[in-house]
Design a protein around this ligand. Sequence first.
Ligand code: SF4
Ligand code: SF4
Length: 177
Amino acid sequence: MLFVPWKYIADWKCKACGLCCKAYSVVLNFQEWLKIVNNYGVDKTVSGLNKLFIKRRSDGSCIFLYNLSNTHICGLQHMKPKACKLWPFKILSRPDFGYAEEAAYDFGEKTFFIYADSTCKGLTYGRPAWEFVNQTLKEFIEISLGLRSEQFKTTADIPFLQPYAGFRILSIRRDYF
Ligand code: SF4
Ligand code: SF4
């Protein structure tokens, strides 16, 4: 996989293609694991050597992924793991994937280094749009820092689901392992 610094990205909008919910395992922290176990049972999770994961189906897809006429929906809207919320972006305190200048993003008094996984189908390359820089990336950082949990710009917007209890499809994101 290739990580692209954000200054090469014009915009990102999740297309709810479901690719990332099939291609990667979701790493859970203990609190996330506990919530899933309490609500859905321990059989919806698996443990690795020293990590906890969401269970995957035999085709590799997340056990909570649903397909509605080729729109992929997360069934864990109310307790979506942080790794899912942040994907496809990596928000780091150091430029671990190079291109420090192109990846640098100032937030408050801190500078973060932001990269996107190029396998995501929601990326458009080019000069970064104002909304992407000042709203979308800002929201990703706030989620990363635990300053917010609701998603507006960092999720797919599925119009036909809007009338139902304000249900928004959260874009997915996970940790690599
Ligand atoms: S984050 Fe990217 S890969 Fe995942 S569902 Fe959205 S568009 Fe597809
Ligand atoms: S976003 Fe939802 S469906 Fe996709 S991997 Fe995460 S928990 Fe599973």
